[in-house]
Design a protein around this ligand. Structure first.
Ligand code: ZN
Length: 86
């Protein structure tokens, strides 16, 4: 099981993780679906939560992003089922 504590971890996994790692990602704040947009031509990377709207940016993106290799330059990772705690 992945331990994703914050958006830095999310970005790390999007950059370097496996396909399974990426598909298991969810918003560290609310558990909602994550959407990313990568633009290799201008070296920008933006990731946000569809549910709560938190947005985070990466800079100095590597040439060979794991998430782009598997899912393309823009993708929404489907939400996992929520644990329903609380
Ligand atoms: Zn969220």
């Amino acid at each position: 099981m992945l331990k994703v504590r914050d958006w830095n971890d999310v970005i790390d996994i999007l950059y370097f993780g496996t396909k399974e790692d990426i598909l298991s990602l969810a918003c560290p704040d609310c558990g909602g679906p994550i959407q990313y947009q990568a633009s290799a031509s201008c070296s920008t990377f933006q990731v946000s939560c569809v549910a709560c709207g938190v947005l985070s940016r990466g800079h100095g993106i590597p040439d060979d992003l794991a998430c782009v290799k598997y899912f393309g330059e823009s993708y929404t990772i489907p939400a996992r089922k929520l644990a329903g705690v609380g």
